[in-house]
Design a binder for this molecule. Structure first.
Ligand code: P6P
Length: 347
C-alpha cells in the first residue's frame, strides 16, 4: 500500500528556511541578515494568510477606512492592517534602517541605535489589489530589498530609497490565492514556496522558475482602450489578428490583481501590460514597490520588463511613489511590443 512517501520524500521537502541556509552563499556579504529579513517576511505572510482565509468574518479587515493614501486611493482596512503587520515584522529583526510603503506618505526611518545600524532598506506594497479581497480574488504582497547606500551607523537618507531596480538585492511576492505562495529571487534565479497551513511551513514547490520565451496570452484592462496611444492600439490589434504561425489571436486574461496576472504570466508565459494613457499619463503602477520587484523576478526567470523603451530596472526613481508604464512577460512578446511601440516613436 502506498503511504505517499518515498525514502527520499523528506529530502524533497525543502522548507524556505532550509533553502535560504543552503543558498547562503548567494548573499556573499550577508552573515545571516538576509535570511533574518526573509524570515520576518515569511512570518508576516503566515499571519496574513491566516487573516485573509477568514477575511469575510473579521470585521477589521473588510471595507474602507474612510481615508485616502498619498495615491489618492481609498485605503482599505486590509491595507492598513497589512502595512502595520509588515512594518512591525521587519522592524523586529533589526536589519532594516528604513521602509518605504505604498500606504505611508513618507518613508519610515528607524533612528534608534539598532535602526541606524541596519544595512538594508525595504520597499513594500503590503497588499496589492486589496479591493479584490471582497470578491474572493487573489491579492498579494510585493517587496524589494536594497543595501543602503548611506554609511551604516547613520540615519537612512532619501537616496537609500531611490536606487534603480538594478540595485535590488532581493525581490519577491506573496500571493494569497487558492494556495499561498512566496516567490523570491536574490539574483540567482527564482524559486517558489507553497505554504502548508496545517503545519505552518513554506515548502519549495517551484524550484528554478523559468518563464516561457514566448507565449499566447495578453493581459491588459481593455476598458481603457479609448485612452491608449495609437501605437499601443496597434499592438492590441496585432494580438487579436489571425496568424496561426504565431498562435494569434492571443487569449485575453485580466484578473485585475497585478500579482495574480504576473504570477500566471511567469508560470505560463504571456505579457502583462499596464500602459500610460491619456487618463494616466505616467501609468498606474508604482515603479519602486510594484514594478521593480516584479521586473527583477521576471528577468531572473528569463523574461523581460520594459516601460516601452527600456528595462524598468534602469529607471532612476525621483520619488518612491512615482508611477510608470509597465510591460513584463515572455521575452519575445515584450520585444514585439517594443518593436511596434518603437515604430511609432521612430516614425
Ligand atoms: P485597473 C490594483 O489596484 C492594481 O494596482 C493592480 O493590482 C491591478 O493590476 C491594477 O491596479 C488594476 O487597475 O485600472 O485595471 O482597475
Amino acid at each position: 500500500m502506498s503511504i505517499g512517501l518515498t525514502e527520499n520524500s523528506m529530502n524533497e521537502l525543502t522548507t524556505l528556511g532550509e533553502f535560504v541556509v543552503k543558498n547562503q552563499a548567494d548573499f556573499p556579504y550577508a552573515k545571516g541578515e538576509l535570511s533574518r529579513l526573509l524570515s520576518s517576511i515569511r512570518l508576516a505572510a503566515k499571519i496574513m494568510n491566516s487573516q485573509l482565509s477568514k477575511a469575510g468574518l473579521v470585521e477589521n479587515l473588510m471595507g474602507e477606512v474612510g481615508e485616502k493614501n498619498i495615491q489618492g486611493e481609498e485605503q482599505k482596512k486590509l491595507d492598513l492592517y497589512a502595512n502595520q503587520l509588515f512594518i512591525n515584522a521587519l522592524k523586529a529583526r533589526n536589519e532594516v534602517c528604513g521602509i518605504g510603503s505604498e500606504e505611508e506618505d513618507k518613508t519610515i526611518i528607524f533612528e534608534n541605535e539598532v535602526g541606524v545600524n541596519g544595512k538594508y532598506i525595504v520597499l513594500i506594497d503590503p497588499v496589492d489589489g486589496s479591493s479584490n479581497i471582497e470578491v474572493n480574488v487573489s491579492v498579494g504582497t510585493v517587496f524589494a530589498i536594497y543595501r543602503r547606500t548611506s554609511p551604516v551607523g547613520t540615519t537612512a537618507t532619501k537616496e537609500d530609497f531611490l536606487q534603480p531596480g538594478s540595485e535590488q538585492v532581493v525581490a519577491g511576492y506573496v500571493i494569497y490565492g487558492s494556495s499561498t505562495m512566496l516567490v523570491f529571487t536574490s539574483g540567482n534565479g527564482v524559486n517558489g514556496f507553497t505554504y502548508d497551513p496545517a503545519i505552518g511551513v513554506f515548502f519549495l514547490s517551484h524550484p528554478n522558475m523559468k518563464i516561457p520565451e514566448d507565449g499566447s496570452t495578453y493581459s491588459i484592462n481593455e476598458g481603457n482602450h479609448a485612452y491608449f496611444s495609437e501605437p499601443l492600439k496597434a499592438y492590441l490589434d496585432y494580438c487579436k489578428s489571425v496568424d496561426k504561425a504565431t498562435k494569434r489571436p492571443y487569449t485575453g486574461r485580466y484578473i485585475g490583481s497585478m500579482i495574480s496576472d504576473v504570477h500566471r504570466t511567469l508560470l505560463k508565459g504571456g505579457i502583462y501590460l499596464y500602459p500610460n494613457s491619456s487618463i494616466a499619463p505616467n501609468g498606474k503602477l508604482r515603479l519602486c514597490y510594484e514594478c521593480n520587484p516584479m521586473a527583477f523576478l521576471v528577468e531572473q526567470a528569463g523574461g523581460k520588463s520594459s516601460d516601452g523603451q527600456q528595462s524598468i530596472m534602469d529607471l532612476k526613481p525621483t520619488d518612491i511613489h512615482q508611477r510608470t508604464a509597465f510591460y513584463t512577460g515572455s521575452k519575445k512578446m515584450v520585444e514585439k511590443l517594443e518593436e511596434i511601440l518603437g515604430r511609432a516613436t521612430n516614425a
